[in-house]
Design a protein around this ligand. Structure first.
Ligand code: KIV
Length: 256
């Protein structure tokens, strides 16, 4: 909130393992998100739905070991908080106790208010997530831009205000028109972190594999690729294979 007040944009990026978290933290990232996108980019699933609480805790523990200064937020996975606020609290408590992360993120607005409230009442900071909420892909049917229609846009504004009133410390808004996201950011005092939500918000989040070019074929309009590690890795691996086949590796200096 202080960063928002002084107009300093918040940088946020996902990480799922120790080595990446160490690099991202050292580079100066403000927030590391252990996203349930691990289900896609780490486990190879089509959606975020299959990842389990145990798997999220495994990723979060690994990230925490590599992080010294960034705030680490962990997604509560699908099915661990929606139906029952006591279960939501138990899931959040497991993440905090077992991973030592500092906050949880959950998808949804009014429909999960009771869960948000109960988690907050235990002293666990909660980040909201509105707009395109990938755990609801089977309800939406597509990953297209959300809240283009007036009714959905109005509900998003209401949900954002509700999450702020409940005590969430920030909200991710995913894939909605830039004008709508900017309006929410202007009306709320807590930071709005956008992904595919334009530049009028308080910070940006991307999935690490997407922005490093490790997620071949994934090129939505909102994504800026800062490297093409997929190509670099392919070249390196091919080089290694060739060196092994030709007996160039290992050489005399690379043996005992
Ligand atoms: O799981 C994730 O990586 C996310 C980001 C896309 C915000 O929720």
């Amino acid at each position: 909130m202080e960063m928002k007040q002084r107009g300093e944009k918040i940088s946020m990026l996902t990480a799922y393992d120790y080595s990446s978290a160490k690099i991202i933290d050292k580079a100066g990232m403000d927030v590391i998100l252990v996203g349930d996108s691990a289900s896609n980019v780490m486990a190879g699933n089509q959606t975020t739905l299959p990842i389990t609480l145990d798997q999220m805790i495994y990723h979060a523990k690994s990230v925490m070991k590599g992080t010294r200064r960034a705030l680490v937020v962990v997604d509560l996975p699908f099915g661990t908080y929606q139906g029952n606020s006591k279960e939501a609290l138990a899931s959040a408590v497991r993440i905090m106790k077992e991973s030592h992360a500092e906050a949880v993120k959950i998808e949804g607005g009014a429909e999960i208010a009771e869960s948000v409230q109960r988690i907050l009442s235990a002293g666990i900071p909660v980040m909201g997530h509105l707009g395109l909420t990938p755990q609801s892909i089977n309800k939406f049917g597509t990953y297209n831009v959300r809240a283009r229609e007036e009714a959905e846009a109005a509900k998003l504004v209401e949900d954002a205000k509700l999450l702020e009133e409940l005590g969430c410390f920030a909200i991710v808004i995913e894939k909605v028109p830039a004008e709508l996201a900017a309006k929410v950011a202007a009306e709320l005092t807590i930071p709005i972190i956008g992904i595919g939500a334009g530049g009028g918000v308080d910070g940006q989040v991307l999935v690490m594999h997407d922005m490093l070019g490790l997620n071949e074929g994934f090129s939505p309009r909102f994504l800026r690729k800062y490297a093409n590690l997929g190509d670099i890795m392919t070249d390196a691996v091919r080089h290694y294979i060739a060196d092994v086949k030709s007996s160039d590796f290992p050489n005399e200096k690379e043996q005992y």
